[in-house]
Ligand binder design. Sequence first.
Ligand SMILES: CC(C)(COP(=O)(O)OP(=O)(O)OC[C@H]1O[C@@H](n2cnc3c(N)ncnc32)[C@H](O)[C@@H]1OP(=O)(O)O)[C@@H](O)C(=O)NCCC(=O)NCCSC(=O)/C=C/CCCCCCCCCCCCC(=O)O
Ligand code: FAD
Length: 730
Amino acid sequence: MRNKPIANVNADLLKERKNCSFDIEELTNLIDGGKNQTARRREIENMLLKNMPFDIIPEECLSAKEKYENAVRKSVALNKIGVELVSQVTKAKELSDLTLTLRRVSDAYFREVTPFLLHLGMFIPTILGQCSDEQVAHWLPLAMQLKIIGTYAQTELGHGTFIRGLETTATYDERTEEFVLNSPTLSSSKWWAGGLGKTANHCIVVAQLYTKGECYGTHPFIVQIRDMDTHMPLKGLKVGEIGPRLGFQTADNGFLVFDNFRIPRDSLMMKHAKVLKDGTYVKIARHSKLTYGTMIFVRVLLVSEMAFNLSKAVTIAVRYSAVRRQSELKPNEPEPQVLDYLTQQHKLFISISTVYAFQFTSNWLMKTYHTVQANMKHGNTDALPELHALSSCLKAICTSDCSAAIEQCRFACGGHGYMISSNLPSLYAFTTATRTYEGDYTVLLLQTARFLVKTWEQVELGNAVTPMVAYLARHQNREAWDESPEGIIRAFEAIAAGVYQTESVRSVSFGQSDAIKDVMKQLSDLYLLYWSLERTGDLLTTLKSTLGSYDGRVYERLMEEALKSPLNQEPVNESFHNEPEPQVMDFVSQQHKLFIGIASYYSYSMTALWLWDILTKVTSELGVGKTDRLPESHGRAVFMSVFNSEMEKSVSSLSAPLQAVLRQLVELYLYYWTLEKRGDLLLVLQSTLGSYDGRVYERLMEEALKNPPNKEPVNESFHKYLKPFIQGKL
Ligand SMILES: CC(C)(COP(=O)(O)OP(=O)(O)OC[C@H]1O[C@@H](n2cnc3c(N)ncnc32)[C@H](O)[C@@H]1OP(=O)(O)O)[C@@H](O)C(=O)NCCC(=O)NCCSC(=O)/C=C/CCCCCCCCCCCCC(=O)O
Ligand SMILES: Cc1cc2nc3c(=O)[nH]c(=O)nc-3n(C[C@H](O)[C@H](O)[C@H](O)COP(=O)(O)OP(=O)(O)OC[C@H]3O[C@@H](n4cnc5c(N)ncnc54)[C@H](O)[C@@H]3O)c2cc1C
């Protein structure tokens, strides 16, 4: 059943909806994956709407502590219903549809995120991907029913990207059949894990595994960190909240430090490697990077997360643009809806098409992921490198594009878009973090480039490559393709665009009406055209250069091109008879280049005179050999102050017009360098990362320890909500 229409809807919005060229319900079904899925989603939504507590005071008006407690209260209520629904499901497909719906609906209750995000998004997937069958049988039911609450602690203060550089150690002690966890340095402190600060009682810890005196690299361990009854941190651990951040404010991201903390041997997640009782290390995995599996899974998930978050932002911005009227186009006529401005449509429409590009690509990527997983179950890891490259690339691009597009949506809403209540700032804060976490943007693109370069080498050797990169072989012709970084990037954009086009066409090729097909085709074309224009430079298949041509006919080509110029099509240009062309001096950009040069000349002359006076004194006091070069900012300050004061002294005898011009030059010099060097001018950086002494990790930890949530070992929401929930007494 469709949702009921709501009374008192804005007339402009009603008008826009009435103008829609297709059946909205049909498109809804397409997005949900079919009529039944739409009906099921609505059933769950309605049930949650009836049973879930909403906020009385807006989340953003609460203190940090209250925000966290409120988030725990709502998470417990939502997951109570979620656990009940999950227990009724038997088929894997139904389970994935249900978890997706729950994830989507949960956004209606949290402007920020739930402290259970890592439990659902990484703890459970890591159990599934890294545990032996026996371990899955033990841990999965506990995690699914939220009898335990977990997180994923891989990143440390000193290392996030370079996983091989992690410093936490897990040393096997065969006498007691335990691993001993240690954080040997400050930089080895675990940092960032969501839910770790106050909520989780279990944690996946990634540590360097040592046995029989040898290091076998990083491995995941499942570790209890808090007492199940009192919630107090266990002995041998220091755990807390890392402090305020841009977004993720209710995710209670935490730190964790180990001091000879002992865990049983079977805490090692043993799907890909085992340590036997006597300490013998046994490798099971056929591929050395299988322990990185959860990251691939989350990168795949994030493509759909970006589609969803951008769809919310652009829905907000489009609706508001239909409602908002601004400016007077014609006297005595009503102000137009801002949606009618072409420039506004330019901001919004590309976001709409991007949502569909992400969603179709995400559906395809998830299918690809499951196919590769199924092959790996039978020992075939051939497709893993490509999946890694593809998920890295798509994750990097979609998270980056999504946060930029959400910014555009915020701009499209003018001042009101800056209000927290518009939800656009929170959507931006959430998505901009995704560009960094789960693999930084640049780093992931470099991983993809590495794969492409290797593939290219195979192509050059004439070896077969996978269908996804077969186009590399088709572009062997140097006229059409070059192996520059731009060429590689262009090729990957072509893949993404290709996937979108084929997938969107495939998805709309059955059942759907012509109206939907038309709209989808338009969106698809818009996406391709937009990016073709954005990346025009990358798309030029030859160098398009008279100077760099393969045959070196530089002068011939210069002349050929010159003769093609429209100006050469007529012997005398009409400006000969009419107005003269402007002098280049009249262009502001030209003045910008020149005037600062003039101002600098005066500044240097004045300063030189002044400097001459004091030069002898300085050199005799310090000794020429000892004088260091003045730092740039000091020099600049000298130029400014001398120029300013010396000019004042010298101009007093000059005529008024000349005085005015010279004073303007002083101002120009000062303003120019103030703008150019505004970064250097911020004297108080107020930053843990940018302190003069470089004590970054010490300051991060000092600040975290000052954090009010760390003043009490157990937050009262544990006794009020978490404990009764975990123990099934709520
Ligand atoms: C890849 C690195 C950068 C480098 O690794 P390194 O070991 O040094 O490797 P290299 O020497 O560079 O390369 C060696 C070869 O290995 C290949 N390689 C690398 N990685 C992989 C891989 N993953 N798989 C396969 N192969 C791989 C590489 O290509 C080389 O191959 P070759 O030699 O060229 O052949 C790596 O270190 C790295 O990945 N770094 C990034 C670190 C990172 O990502 N950390 C993440 C930490 S966790 C985190 O950030 C969490 C954040 C919050 C998450 C919130 C969750 C949101 C979920 C969304 C919503 C969930 C909803 C819940 C749904 C529900 O309700 O159910
Ligand atoms: C909101 C949020 C939640 C998080 N949640 C978790 C969590 O639950 N669990 C967890 O374990 N971690 C978590 N993280 C940590 C996250 O995974 C890392 O911050 C991320 O992987 C980036 O690593 P880094 O911080 O070490 O950045 P760095 O690697 O130090 O990056 C700094 C700069 O160096 C550049 N750089 C680094 N290496 C290279 C290279 N090889 N080539 C070129 N440039 C390079 C980067 O591009 C970047 O510009 C979270 C982070 C955030 C922001």
